[in-house]
Design a protein around this ligand. Structure first.
Ligand code: 3H9
Length: 719
């Protein structure tokens, strides 16, 4: 093997058993050196007469995390995966996969070419390729249906969700779970089988696929599932086509051939590149460029939440789900009781939907303890304050928390836009103060903006980022600046949506155009959901004039149309339903307001809607990047995909702009600047990168903190 190959396989012998251990830290992907090592050592074990059986296992915490994702779209060294797996499948000695941890994607596919599979109780198996815009291309679409049946296999491949060892055993993926030492148990297992004249191969198990032949049910159900959960994505249809081949092809290798063809189509599809950008982008976002990797982390073994409303409850669930005991504090007993009731109801819903057992529910719910007293928070490692957005109130709470908790306790505020430094300033521990902007519902949405105040210490930041990962969030760092990352970008997007409405588009046209682009919810449906009256009331209270952009929503409010909360806004809603129905009565209002403001309404194309709204995001994103509010452009993609319903298969707004070409972005903006010079002035960074035919990924790093807009100066626009 040459040195350039990545990863290796260790070979050892225990009696008459050869042990092949994949060694490619940290998670053992099937990189070039691993494939080469597997091919070499399978051959070695097969040609050694003293060897009677082979164990395949992984070093460290992973079995094999799949193909090496960084190789996709590039030329690669070493043997290809399918030929390596063929060597294993046709080994003349029995092979057992001893699954010591995660066996994902190509990792599970490797296990499926072995004759037997044994896992520890920590083993996790799954085929998550769909999350990368791919399909299991190393036989998974043909072998998994043969083991677990096409229906379950499709569910696994379309969701990408892994199974625990226990579930893998009951569904037939594992033959056994090891009670103590995996390798010893695997040896014992193999010794029992050595004398058999033949060893099972998954490719020969046709019963389950034949059962499904002739009925369309399984495929129809899968198509419905894909349409519901993976709108706009290319890979799911390809996965279903592969399983169709598994069901209908008499020859296993013909099915494999189809799988390879469909895999290649996924590989060449731009969605694959976008989704892999997100995979690596999420991991990059978890790192803070100017904080050393080895910064010591505080252990977070207990937490407190102040506020038992929707946000507080959701955050408490996140922490408890990760095994962290949480105290939920509210000063109002009734609120607290109601909040705990909502948490329990949410968990019960998960039990009812089969996402959690009753026993698991009792365990996690048991980790959440209500309290009325601040004194109870004295010893927790972190407190997340989650009361409503009012700076004075939050400052009062921070003062109290500062006095009752250990000096070491991290004090976090769940805020969508308040000044973290203003909160830190009322405490004696500004280094321990940080913003944690969760998105609603916090127990569901993956995004977490971690807001870095001017004094937030390295230790605090690193600890909160690591906690974010532990509770399953996509955590992104934002400097403490108005709107942080997400809401600041959103302001440009909703601004354009509102202007399009004034210029002649209807809410349904704008929403439909953006939803067909892939956004999970159009801006007017979103504004109806949030409530049109928030900005309107705030302006009234402060005696402020309504800016042009908000004139239509203000007029709707004047006519008592506040959105979903009173069943009428941009759309009409029937009692108890969130489904938007057209509101033709509004059309006169739109015309009147446009006319009153001397705006000539005109036909607007769907393409213009998409370009103006999405490029509105991109230009603001470029400013955010230039100011250093976001560390890298990929972070903004992570924010938009996980918090704002941007389609993952487009890779986020900044990646989308890169794909479009920044010169093209500027060209489009120049056309729009005839409508609004100020808004469409390209951010200097965008202009500079476009001039160099570069991408946002090539933007120079911001080494110094920029002079940021103050919270007082900011006008975030919005509804
Ligand atoms: C596939 O298998 C296709 C085949 O069907 C067909 C082929 C023909 N490759 O996530 P972490 C890196 S597609 C390369 O922070 P964790 C990751 O970037 C693959 N690198 O750890 C990170 O690097 P860095 C299907 C990989 O403990 C480091 O490892 N498989 C790969 O939180 C640690 O990762 C998947 O989709 C990889 N496959 O979670 C599984 N995996 O430190 C993808 C990870 O420089 N992997 N890295 O930032 C995962 O889901 C998680 O990594 C795992 C561990 C659950 C395994």
């Amino acid at each position: 093997m040459t040195n350039e190959l990545k990863g290796k396989v260790n070979y050892s012998v225990n009696g008459n058993i050869a042990i092949l251990e994949v060694d490619n830290p940290p998670v053992n992907p099937l990189s070039s050196g691993v494939r080469a090592g597997l091919a070499e050592f399978i051959e070695k074990a097969n040609s050694d007469d003293s060897i009677k059986g082979i164990i395949l296992t992984g070093a460290g915490r992973s079995f094999i995390a799949g193909a090496d994702i960084s190789e996709f779209g590039k030329s690669f060294d070493g043997p290809d995966l399918n030929s390596t797996l063929r060597d294993i499948e046709f080994s003349n000695k029995p092979v057992i996969a001893a699954i010591n941890g995660t066996a994902l994607g190509g990792g599970l596919e490797t296990a499926l070419v072995c004759n037997y599979r044994m896992g520890t109780n920590k083993a996790i198996v799954g085929l998550p390729e769909v999350n990368l815009g791919l399909l299991p291309g190393a036989g998974g679409t043909q072998r998994l249906p043969r083991l677990v049946g096409p229906s379950q296999a499709l569910k696994m491949m379309l969701s990408g969700a892994p199974l625990s060892a226990e579930k893998a055993l009951t569904s037939g993926i594992l033959d056994a779970i090891s009670g103590n030492s995996l390798i010893e148990d695997a040896i014992e297992f193999l010794q029992d089988k050595i004398e058999l004249s033949e060893h099972p191969k998954v490719r020969d198990k046709n019963e389950k696929v034949l059962e499904a032949r002739g009925s369309e049910n399984v495929l129809t159900e899968a198509k419905a599932l894909a349409a519901k959960t993976r709108r706009g994505q290319f890979a799911p249809g390809q996965i279903i086509a592969c399983v169709e081949a598994a069901i209908n092809e008499d020859d296993f290798d013909a099915g494999l051939k189809k799988e390879s063809e469909y895999f290649l189509e996924c590989l060449m599809n731009p969605q694959r590149e976008a989704m892999i950008h997100i995979f690596f982008g999420e991991r990059a976002a978890s790192k803070i460029s100017d904080i050393p990797k080895d910064t010591p982390l505080m252990s977070i073994n207990s937490a407190g939440i102040v506020g038992s409303g929707t946000m507080g409850g959701g955050i408490a669930m996140n922490l408890a789900n990760a095994g962290i005991p949480v105290l939920v504090l509210d000063q109002d007993e009734k609120n607290l009781e109601r909040g705990m009731g909502v948490i329990e109801k949410n968990y019960q819903m998960m039990v009812d939907r089969g996402r959690m057992s009753q026993e698991q529910k009792e365990k996690v719910f048991g980790l959440i303890t209500p309290t009325l007293s601040y004194e109870d928070l004295a010893k927790v490692d972190i407190v997340v304050e989650a009361v409503y957005e009012n700076l004075e109130l939050k400052q009062e709470i921070f003062k109290t928390l500062d006095s009752v908790t250990n000096n070491n306790t991290i004090l976090a505020s769940n805020t969508s836009g308040l000044d973290i430094d203003a909160l830190a300033s009322v405490t004696n521990r500004p280094g321990k103060v940080v913003g944690t902007h969760f998105f609603s519902p916090a127990n569901v949405m993956r995004l977490l903006e971690v807001v870095r105040g001017k004094d937030s210490s390295d230790e605090t930041m690193a600890t909160v980022m690591s906690l974010g990962k532990k509770i399953g969030k996509a955590a992104v760092v934002s400097l403490n600046a108005p709107g942080f990352i997400g809401n600041r970008m959103l302001a440009g997007y909703t601004y354009q949506a509102n202007m399009l409405l004034l210029e002649g588009a209807l809410p349904s046209q704008v929403d439909n155009a953006l939803e067909s682009f892939g956004m999970s919810m159009g801006p007017f449906r979103m504004m109806d959901l949030v409530g049109l009256d928030l900005g309107w009331r705030a302006r009234k209270l402060a005696n402020l004039e309504t800016p042009l952009v908000n004139k239509i929503s203000a007029e709707l409010c004047e006519r008592d149309r506040f959105g979903q909360k009173n069943s009428k806004g941009f759309y009409n809603y029937s009692e108890g339903s969130r489904a938007p129905n057209p509101a033709p009565e509004n059309e006169e209002i739109y015309k009147e307001v446009s006319e009153k403001n001397n705006i000539q309404r005109r036909e607007i194309s769907d393409q213009e809607i998409i370009d103006r709204c999405i490029l509105g995001l991109v230009n603001e994103g470029a400013k955010i990047l230039e100011e250093g509010v976001a560390q890298r452009s990929g972070d903004m993609d992570i924010v938009y995909i996980n918090g704002y319903g941007f389609p993952i298969w487009r890779g986020g707004p900044m990646f989308y702009a890169n794909q479009l070409g920044l010169e093209e972005v500027i060209k489009k903006m120049n056309v729009f600047s005839e409508l609004d010079k100020e808004f469409w002035k390209p951010a200097p960074l965008l202009q500079k990168l476009a001039d160099q035919s570069a991408t946002f990924g090539e933007a120079p790093a911001v080494n110094e903190r920029a002079e940021l807009l103050s919270f007082e100066q900011a006008n975030m626009g919005g509804v």
